[in-house]
Design a protein around this ligand. Structure first.
Ligand SMILES: C[S@@+](CC[C@H](N)C(=O)[O-])C[C@H]1O[C@@H](n2cnc3c(N)ncnc32)[C@H](O)[C@@H]1O
Length: 304
C-alpha cells in the first residue's frame, strides 16, 4: 500500500504522492457533486430522528467529550460542527476539513466562522502528529476509495488515548414499507443503461462497520470498539421521497430534460397515492474506537 511522506512537523509533503487514478476519479466526482448541490447530506437527513428525538449528528456528537480538541473529516457545510457548538463545545477547539470549497463556503455562511475549516483531503491531513483528542467522520468513510489511508492519517494526528467516531450509512431506505432506495436505483439503472452513461465512481465502498473497524491497526487501536445501528424516521409523501432521492449523488447523472419522466416512473413504481404520507427512514451505524495509550507489541516480538 502506498504511504505518504511527512515533513519535520509530521505533515504530508506532497498531497498527490501515491494517489491512484481511482482516488482521483472519486475525488473529482465528489467535488463536482458537492459543488452542484452543497449541503445535500444535511438536507436529505432533515427531520429524520430516532424515537428519542435525536438526529444523526446528535447520535455522534453525544460521544464527543466536552473540552476535547476535535477534527471533523469531510465536514461538508458543517452540521456536525454546528451541533457540537450548540452542545457547548468551544468553537476554538473545533476544526473541520473538506475537499469541497463550496461546502466550506456554505459552512461559513451558516455562521460557523469561529470554527476553523480548511480545504484538505482526509487521506493527507495537514496537521502534526498527536494533535487532536477526537476525530469524527459523519457519512464520509464509506465514500473513500482507500479508507486505509485516512485511517493511517487519523492514527497519526490523534493523541494517545484519543477517539475516532464515525457514522456510516447508505442513503434513504424505506418509505411505507418499500425499499425506496432500490426503487430509485432501479429507475436510475434502467435510465443509465438506455442512455449509455457511466456509473458514478462510488461502487464497492466499505459501508459496513466491521469492514471499517478491521482496517484499524491492532497495535495502535484498542480491540474494544463499539458500533450500533440506528433507525431514523420522518413522515414523507412520495413527492417528498423523490425530493430526498434527488439529493443522492446518483441523481446528478440524470439529464435535466429526463428528470420529469423519471420522477413519474418513480412515483408510479412506489405505488403510493400522491397525497399519502408515510414513514420515510434511514439506517445509520455509529462506530467508536479508541487509540491505545501505548502501542501494543506485535505478537512475534513477545518472547514465548
Ligand atoms: C456525504 S457528505 C457528508 C458531509 C457532512 N459530514 C454531513 O454529514 O453532513 C461527504 C463529505 O465528504 C467530503 N469528502 C469526500 N471525500 C473526501 C476526502 N477525501 N477528503 C475530504 N473530504 C472529503 C465531501 O466533499 C462531502 O462534503
Amino acid at each position: 500500500m502506498a504511504s505518504f511522506e511527512h515533513d519535520a512537523r509530521g505533515r504530508p509533503k506532497d498531497k498527490d504522492f501515491g494517489v491512484t487514478s481511482d482516488e482521483l476519479a472519486s475525488r473529482a466526482f465528489l467535488v463536482e457533486a458537492h459543488c452542484r448541490r452543497p449541503g445535500r447530506t444535511a438536507r436529505s437527513l432533515q427531520g429524520c430522528v430516532t424515537t428519542d428525538g435525536l438526529d444523526s449528528y446528535q447520535l455522534l456528537s453525544q460521544h464527543v467529550p466536552l473540552e476535547s480538541h476535535v477534527l471533523d473529516l469531510g465536514c461538508g457545510d458543517g452540521p456536525l460542527l454546528n451541533t457540537l457548538v450548540t452542545e457547548g463545545h468551544q468553537p476554538a477547539r473545533l476544526m473541520g476539513i473538506d475537499l469541497s470549497r463550496r461546502e466550506l463556503m456554505l459552512a461559513r455562511a451558516h455562521r460557523l466562522n469561529p470554527v476553523r475549516m480548511l480545504q484538505a483531503d482526509c487521506s493527507a491531513l495537514p496537521f502534526r502528529r498527536a494533535h487532536f483528542d477526537c476525530v469524527t467522520a459523519h457519512l464520509v468513510m464509506m465514500l473513500l476509495p482507500q479508507p486505509q489511508k485516512t485511517i493511517d492519517e487519523v492514527t497519526r494526528v490523534l493523541k494517545p488515548g484519543g477517539r475516532f467516531l464515525a457514522t456510516l450509512g447508505g442513503g434513504p431506505k424505506f418509505c411505507n414499507g418499500q425499499n425506496l432506495l432500490s426503487v430509485f436505483l432501479n429507475v436510475l439503472e434502467a435510465y443509465l443503461k438506455d442512455s449509455g452513461r457511466p456509473s458514478p465512481h462510488l461502487n464497492n465502498r466499505a459501508t459496513a462497520p466491521d469492514q471499517i473497524s478491521n482496517l484499524f491497526p491492532a497495535q495502535q487501536w484498542s480491540s474494544d470498539w463499539h458500533y450500533s445501528t440506528h433507525y431514523l424516521e420522518r413522515q414523507a409523501s412520495p413527492f417528498d421521497a423523490w425530493e430526498l432521492c434527488t439529493e443522492l449523488y446518483e441523481f446528478d447523472l440524470i439529464a435535466r430534460s429526463e428528470r420529469p419522466i423519471l420522477r413519474e416512473t418513480f412515483l408510479r413504481m412506489t405505488k403510493l397515492g400522491a397525497h399519502m404520507t408515510g414513514p420515510f427512514a434511514y439506517f445509520v451505524d455509529t462506530l467508536s474506537i479508541q487509540k491505545r495509550v501505548t502501542p501494543s507489541r506485535p505478537a512475534h516480538d513477545i518472547p514465548a
